[in-house]
Design a protein around this ligand. Structure first.
Ligand code: SAH
Length: 403
């Protein structure tokens, strides 16, 4: 395939083989990509894509700082450790796949170039079992039928696999035999969970869950710390690139062992628990109940004693800290795509940390939040884009902001 010329200076910087390994000339080569719409870069090579992402980060951050060259993947395929398949019925056949972009029409997918390969095999087995067990798939229009989704999470470092069966009612006919048959074909599955979603909603998971087999969660290891992950908790979907991103975040934080650190939007505790070894104490805050439960468990299981967790809105929590006059030396923040809010940012300014390490999955909201912080006496030192989501339009960035 002939590559488009990459014109801009910032773009060219993104394509060096030295930095981005051998994956740079790869293409997507997927038969369903056009119909499914999940991947933004269908016709470009991986290096053209990296150049585009570099440009996007540069465009949003250029008023503030130098943007380092993006770190891509050596092998930009099959990286997703979380795989979701929606089930439906078409011409007398059980199908599973993904919603066509912007619709609720199911596009059948048998193999996806960015999903864990084993997970796709398991989804295929579930399709086959639904046929032999004569289980009806759920119809979103009428609300009839039982089987809605399968969600599979894989611990890349541990090999553990969780299969979540999402049904419209708690009763799965021949439950024990179904679980037995699934495990027989895939002895590598370490836990199976039944999740009930009886609402007309586009959310995949419902609230009620029962464990059909195993512990009900998986574990994975990131930067030497072991994490428990349940079905509902946020966990980064690309293991290789997450380790690169978090190592960069730790480098930016420059911890010496004396600092009081805040980990805001902490999820299952990842960043704070990795930082704890080199900090005096860590205060972590997160909104999601299940994630906080996992985080507390993770601290104990790793024997980490200098981290405290709070379940709260990060903005409200930081305001309370600021009002009580608590100080912090380093603040890690890793908000969702919408970015942070003024309650949070103004409190960070009041806590007055020496350094802020901002991990962002959206360069637009990152740029917006940096604008606020730079008006309040902070300077952005540098930013490192990391390609966490090859073939999609998304790009992750970590930025160092200091006084
Ligand atoms: N740092 C974690 C999670 C990052 S994702 C990791 O790297 O794995 C963003 C997290 O922010 C999610 O866990 C989400 O539940 C949480 N979140 C979203 N809005 C929030 C808010 N207003 N206050 C606190 N946490 C919030």
């Amino acid at each position: 395939m002939k590559e488009k010329r990459i014109k801009t200076k910032e773009g060219i910087k993104a394509v060096s083989k030295k930095r981005n390994g051998n994956g740079t000339s790869a293409t997507l080569n997927c038969r369903t990509a056009k119909k499914c719409g999940g991947c933004r870069y269908r016709t470009e090579t991986y290096r053209e894509q990296l150049a585009e992402k570099q440009k996007l980060v540069y465009a949003n951050l250029k008023p503030f700082c130098k943007v380092e060259e993006i770190i891509g993947m050596d092998n930009p395929y099959y990286y997703r450790n979380k795989v979701h398949a929606v089930f439906s019925y078409e011409k007398g056949q059980v199908i599973s796949g993904t919603y066509k972009e912007g619709t609720h029409q199911v596009v059948p997918v048998e193999k996806c170039m960015i999903e864990d390969e084993k997970a796709d095999e398991i989804v295929g087995t579930v399709r086959k079992l639904l046929r032999s067990f004569k289980i009806k798939t759920y119809d979103e229009d009428t609300g009839y039928g039982l089987f809605r989704h399968v969600l599979i999470r894989t611990g890349k470092a541990t090999g553990q696999i969780m299969v979540v069966l999402v049904l419209s009612s708690p009763i799965l006919p021949s439950k024990n035999n179904f679980v037995k048959a699934l495990r027989k074909e895939h002895p590598e599955i370490t836990t199976i969970v039944l999740n009930v979603n009886d609402k007309k909603t586009s959310m995949v998971l419902g609230e009620k869950e029962t464990v059909l087999f195993g512990k009900g969660y998986i574990e994975d290891v990131l930067c030497g710390v072991r994490f428990r992950i349940s079905s509902q908790s946020f966990y980064q979907i690309n293991h290789t690139q997450t380790e690169i991103l978090y190592r960069k975040a730790m480098e930016y934080a420059g911890l010496t062992g004396k600092e009081r650190v805040v980990d805001a939007y902490c999820g299952i505790g990842t960043i704070g628990l990795i930082a704890a070894e080199n900090a005096k104490e860590v205060i972590s805050v997160e909104l999601n109940k299940d994630a906080i439960k996992d985080a507390i468990y993770n601290a104990k299981a790793n024997g980490i004693k200098n981290v405290r967790f709070y379940q709260n809105d990060a903005g409200k929590f930081m305001m309370q800290m600021a009002e009580q006059g608590v100080k912090a030396d380093v603040v890690f923040m890793d908000p969702p795509r919408a970015g942070s809010d003024e309650a949070f940012l103004s409190s960070v300014v009041r806590l007055s940390p020496e350094r802020i390490v901002y991990v962002s999955c959206n360069p637009v909201t990152l740029g917006r939040d940096l604008k606020y912080l730079t008006k309040k006496g902070y300077q952005v030192k540098k930013a490192q884009p990391v390609d966490m989501f090859p073939w999609s339009e998304h790009v992750e960035t970590v930025a160092l902001i200091s006084k």
